[in-house]
Design a protein around this ligand. Structure first.
Ligand code: KDG
Length: 315
C-alpha cells in the first residue's frame, strides 16, 4: 500500500436547504472523515491506500466500509466496535463557512487503540499519513497514532501530517503541547498558515514560518492558502502555485483532504513541488463543487485531462 492512514469516519447529515439547523427538516446522508477522504482521494488518483479504523456495527459503519471498498481502498485493518459510528451535522448559514456539530463522543473510532496497529502494515507503506484529529478522539486513539508514528519512524516510512486543528475538540492553549511533538516527528507538514502559527505560538508568516518548521524536524512544509493558492518548501527548494479557479463554492469541507491526496499522489510519482501543488490545488478545487467531502475528487484520468499540458505525464 502506498499510503496508510488512520482516523475516524462518520455519517454526515447535510441540510437539504440552508438556514439555522433548528429549521431544517430534511437532510441528505453522506459519510466522511478527514483520513477516510484522503484514502479515497489517493485511490482515485491511481495509487494504493489503506485506512485503519474502528466502525460501529450499524448501518453507517456498513456504508463507510462499502464506500471504501467500492473506491478500492484497502480495509483489511478496519475493525468492528460495539460502540456506534460517529455522526456530524453541517449547517449552512448565508455568507458563512459551514458550521459542523459533532456527535462523536464515545464513538466507535474513539475505541481505536494500539492493538489496531499492525507494525508490518505500517512498515510496508511508502507514507503514513496522520492528522491531528485522531489523537484528540480518546487516549487510546492517541496511543494508536503514537504507535503508528513510532513504527514508521524506526523503519524509514515517510510520515505526513495534516494538523487539521479542530477547535471543537481542543482548547487553543492546549494546541502546542499536543501538536508540537506530532510536527517534530513528521517529515511532511500539510497545513494552513494559521494552524502552523497556533502550533508554534508565533505570528510570523510566509517564508520565515516555513523556515521555523523546517528547523524542528520536517523536511517539507506545504502551506495551504485556499483561494490564494499554496506553497511548498523543502530543505533545498521552494515553489508556489496559484489556486485552481472555482466558479462557485458549494461546500469547502473536504477540500483540504483532497489537496493532501493530490499533493502526496503527485509527490510519490516524483513530480516537482510546483507540479505537485498544481494537482493538489486541482483536487481541492474539485471538492468544493459538491456537498459531500470526497465525492467531487477526480480520478487520475480526469485530473490529467483537466491539467492538460500542465501535467508532467502529458508533456
Ligand atoms: O476534513 C473534513 C473533515 O473535517 C470532516 O469530514 C469531519 O473528519 C472530520 C472532522 O473530524 O472534522
Amino acid at each position: 500500500v502506498d499510503i496508510v492512514t488512520l482516523g475516524e469516519a462518520m455519517a454526515v447529515m447535510v441540510p437539504a436547504s440552508p438556514g439555522p439547523l433548528r429549521h431544517v427538516r430534511t437532510f441528505d446522508k453522506h459519510v466522511a472523515g478527514a483520513e477516510f477522504n484522503l484514502a479515497i482521494g489517493v485511490a482515485r488518483l491511481g495509487l494504493t491506500s489503506g485506512w485503519i479504523s474502528r466502525i460501529g456495527q450499524d448501518g453507517f459503519g456498513a456504508e463507510i466500509l462499502g464506500v471504501l471498498r467500492s473506491e478500492g481502498v484497502d480495509v483489511r485493518h478496519v475493525n468492528a466496535s460495539p460502540r456506534p459510528t460517529g455522526l456530524y451535522f453541517k449547517e449552512y448559514l448565508p455568507g458563512r463557512e459551514p458550521h459542523v456539530y459533532y456527535y462523536r463522543t464515545g464513538s466507535a473510532a474513539a475505541d481505536l487503540g494500539p492493538a489496531d496497529i499492525d507494525p508490518d502494515y505500517i512498515r510496508g507503506a511508502r507514507v503514513l499519513h496522520v492528522t491531528g484529529i485522531t489523537p484528540l478522539l480518546s487516549q487510546s486513539s492517541a496511543q494508536a497514532v503514537q504507535k503508528a508514528m513510532e513504527v514508521a519512524r524506526s523503519s524509514g516510512v515517510t510520515i505526513s501530517l495534516d494538523p487539521n486543528i479542530r477547535f471543537k475538540l481542543i482548547d487553543r492553549q492546549a494546541v502546542p503541547g499536543v501538536f508540537l511533538p506530532l510536527v517534530q516527528a513528521s517529515d511532511i507538514i500539510l497545513a494552513g498558515e494559521s494552524e502552523i502559527q497556533a502550533i508554534l505560538g508565533t505570528a510570523s508568516s510566509g517564508e520565515a514560518l516555513e523556515q521555523q518548521i523546517l528547523g524542528i524536524g520536517p523536511r517539507l512544509v506545504v502551506t495551504k492558502r485556499g483561494s490564494s493558492g499554496a506553497s511548498a518548501r523543502s530543505l533545498s527548494e521552494r515553489a508556489e502555485e496559484v489556486a485552481f479557479p472555482v466558479q462557485h463554492v458549494v461546500d469547502p469541507i473536504g477540500a483540504g483532504d483532497g489537496f493532501d491526496a493530490g499533493f502526496l499522489a503527485a509527490w510519490l510519482r516524483g513530480w516537482s513541488l510546483r507540479d505537485s501543488l498544481r494537482l493538489a490545488n486541482l483536487v481541492g478545487a474539485c471538492a468544493t463543487g459538491v456537498h459531500g467531502d470526497y465525492e467531487g475528487y477526480p480520478t487520475w484520468g480526469e485530473a490529467l485531462t483537466i491539467l492538460g499540458g500542465d501535467a508532467p505525464d502529458n508533456r
